[in-house]
Design a protein around this ligand. Structure first.
Ligand SMILES: [Zn+2]
Length: 90
């Protein structure tokens, strides 16, 4: 009997961009503040959160498909500037 060690202690979350599941520590948590999507880099913000891979593709998809609006329980368009700043490399 072979079992991979320690996998049960890590929560699995779904990326709202690509819909793939990943360990929570590989994903970025974001929360809603006022009408803005705010990266929760410490995993400490209260409230409803959503999880995303920290890459441009997943962030773009989540914005374009409006997945974040639903995942965060919002009902209008959101301010994604803080989120987009994360991956802008210039
Ligand atoms: Zn993803």
């Amino acid at each position: 009997m072979t079992s991979s060690a320690g996998s049960e202690s890590t929560p699995i979350r779904t990326c709202v961009g690509c819909r793939n599941r990943a360990e929570q520590n590989q994903l970025l948590r974001v929360v809603l503040r006022a009408n803005a999507v705010v990266p929760d880099t410490q995993n400490r913000q209260l409230g409803r959160g959503a999880y995303l891979h920290r890459n441009q593709e997943c962030i773009d998809r989540a914005i374009q498909r409006r997945s974040l609006i639903r995942a965060l329980g919002a009902d209008s368009d959101l301010d994604y500037r803080l989120l987009q700043q994360l991956t802008s490399s210039s």
